[in-house]
Ligand binder design. Sequence first.
Ligand SMILES: Cc1cc2nc3c(=O)[nH]c(=O)nc-3n(C[C@H](O)[C@H](O)[C@H](O)COP(=O)(O)O)c2cc1C
Length: 258
Amino acid sequence: MNISSATVLHFSGTGTTEKYAKAFAKALPFPATIHEISKRKDAGSLDLSLGADELLVLAFPVYAGFAPAFIWDCLENVAGSSTPAVILAVYGARNYDNALLEAHTKLSAKGFATVGAAALVARHSIIQSIAPDRPNAADLEEAASFARTIAERLDGMGSIADALTFEFKGEAGTGSAPGMVPQVSEDCILCGACAASCPVEAIPYDEPNTTNAEACISCLRCIDVCPMDARSLPAQLLEGIGGMLSQVADPAKKNELF
Ligand SMILES: Cc1cc2nc3c(=O)[nH]c(=O)nc-3n(C[C@H](O)[C@H](O)[C@H](O)COP(=O)(O)O)c2cc1C
């Protein structure tokens, strides 16, 4: 198959998915356009119709075993027409559970055919002491090398009918909002950095020390960008999640490429 260009759509709450998506995009032997998936009004809506000679790359973090639910709303007007797609699911060293199966199923209903997928390990965005330095240089090189493998795979295909058949683990379904809403301490100086970066506009500019709990998707970007460290998850919640993850997360986990 002759591929003319790639469209890379990524959502990345705290930056690790973005690193993987960019390393992958950069190594593709055809031009790639990168868009952030966002519900912000200033980002505009994604309206894309991709053909059979284009490649879609969808990259997202795994939240409770699924893709962040809001991305599917944002992708409502993204459609393929026998368009090859690659899925990159980035997870915090516990498990990616249903995420590849979910994305594969949903993209296929939109006219995309999966030609490759990866479950990639990164720092856990809730407990950042888990796999703190991933993706490391070797991870990013692995993502780049996977992009070259995908390009060769596409090259070897006469048409999309030659795509491999994938059987991803897990159960079909859709994630729900995790419901972990950051709290704000008195150190908040109302600078609005969090409001300016929230991907779902859950933080009002005029009251950045508050959060609309219904809109919040728990991506934790607001905690990351706060210059005063005034935003955090409740200590008790962190203790519970940290305890659970210390039993089940493995920072040395290998990336899985399909
Ligand atoms: C709400 C939430 C739920 C998460 N659920 C999982 C999970 O089910 N399995 C896992 O291994 N990591 C999980 N993580 C960790 C993220 O998938 C991981 O840190 C990822 O690298 C975050 O990507 P980002 O830096 O692009 O936001 C979760 C993180 C958040 C914030």
